[in-house]
Design a protein around this ligand. Structure first.
Ligand SMILES: Cc1cc2nc3c(=O)[nH]c(=O)nc-3n(C[C@H](O)[C@H](O)[C@H](O)COP(=O)(O)OP(=O)(O)OC[C@H]3O[C@@H](n4cnc5c(N)ncnc54)[C@H](O)[C@@H]3O)c2cc1C
Length: 251
């Protein structure tokens, strides 16, 4: 994290840039995480992060157009620039240097909503594939009669249900106050990787029509790509899961 908030009297002065911030054009305020210090730990120095609530229009804070990405083309991202942006200590969310505590309150539930989105879109894509496999004829029969197609459908349906159950289990644990970070990480990891496999198979089952912009499969395939990246990449989810597995054995 490069954006810094330097304490000056009762104020903080913020300098830095944030990329890929969704819907900043319509937001009234942003929640910003910035470096406010550094602490020593047995594993070396670690940045201390503070969370701020900053209103749009605050002097020194500008919003610029972001990047055009392949997934979710109706979903716009922006670049936030902070140049000597002064805010009061009343803008701190939670406590100074405890920004991750604030983020952790919602990171888990946004991961769960990514997982749920992947499951929902997976069901829609599977349904479209079932209809296509049952009606598209080649070599005198519906393509769903060929094992190369039908086994794909079987794998898609099986992995989809597995992802749904992992998602429901994490949601149930959240409701019961039993959830751990690794529950959300497993649901997000598996559901987003499942959707990648499922939509890729869907394109294959549809053949050329799977790549046509007129067909929703093409969009589902593109949109699936970002799910393995935002809200923590698949690699970060694997870190969370593996750390939890090894923690009890740490000496
Ligand atoms: C369309 C879109 C909208 C977004 N909206 C928002 C938003 O509103 N707010 C917001 O805060 N963010 C938003 N993001 C950012 C998103 O959360 C990040 O892109 C994501 O967390 C990954 O960070 P990065 O892009 O910096 O990748 P990096 O962290 O640079 O990672 C690059 C690669 O290195 C790997 N890697 C990095 N660290 C490790 C590690 N420790 N171990 C193993 N592998 C590692 C990653 O897994 C990845 O494969 C958005 C992104 C997109 C694409």
């Amino acid at each position: 994290m490069e954006t810094r908030a330097e304490r000056r009297g009762d104020d903080y002065v913020i300098n830095g840039v944030k990329h890929f911030i969704s819907h900043a054009d319509v937001a009234d305020f942003v929640i910003l995480f910035a470096v406010t210090g550094e602490e020593k730990t047995p594993r070396g120095p670690r940045k201390q992060i503070t969370s701020f609530l900053i209103d749009m229009g605050t002097p020194g804070f500008a919003v610029k157009k972001g990047y055009q990405v392949v997934s979710h083309r109706g979903y716009h991202n922006y670049i936030l620039e902070f140049d000597e942006c002064r805010v009061s200590s009343a803008n701190v969310l939670g406590e100074e240097h405890r920004g991750f505590d604030v983020a952790n309150q919602w990171l888990s539930s946004t991961r769960l909503s990514v997982a749920a989105n992947c499951v929902g879109r997976g069901y829609r894509a599977l349904e479209l594939c079932q209809g296509w496999a049952a009606t598209r004829k080649q070599f005198g029969q519906p393509i769903g009669k060929f094992q190369g197609v039908s086994f794909k459908l079987a794998d898609m349906a099986t992995q989809l249900q597995a992802a749904e159950l992992l998602t429901l289990k994490a949601a149930w644990k959240l409701d019961e106050g039993l959830a751990r970070d690794e529950d959300f990480a497993m649901a997000k990891l598996y559901a987003s990787e499942m959707l990648a496999m499922l939509t890729d198979n869907a394109v294959q089952i549809f053949g050329a029509m799977g790549l046509a912009a007129e067909n929703p499969i093409e969009r589902m395939w593109r949109d699936a790509r970002v799910e393995r990246i935002w809200d923590g990449t698949s690699e970060i989810q694997r870190h969370i899961i593996s750390r939890a597995l090894l923690r009890p054995y740490e000496q």
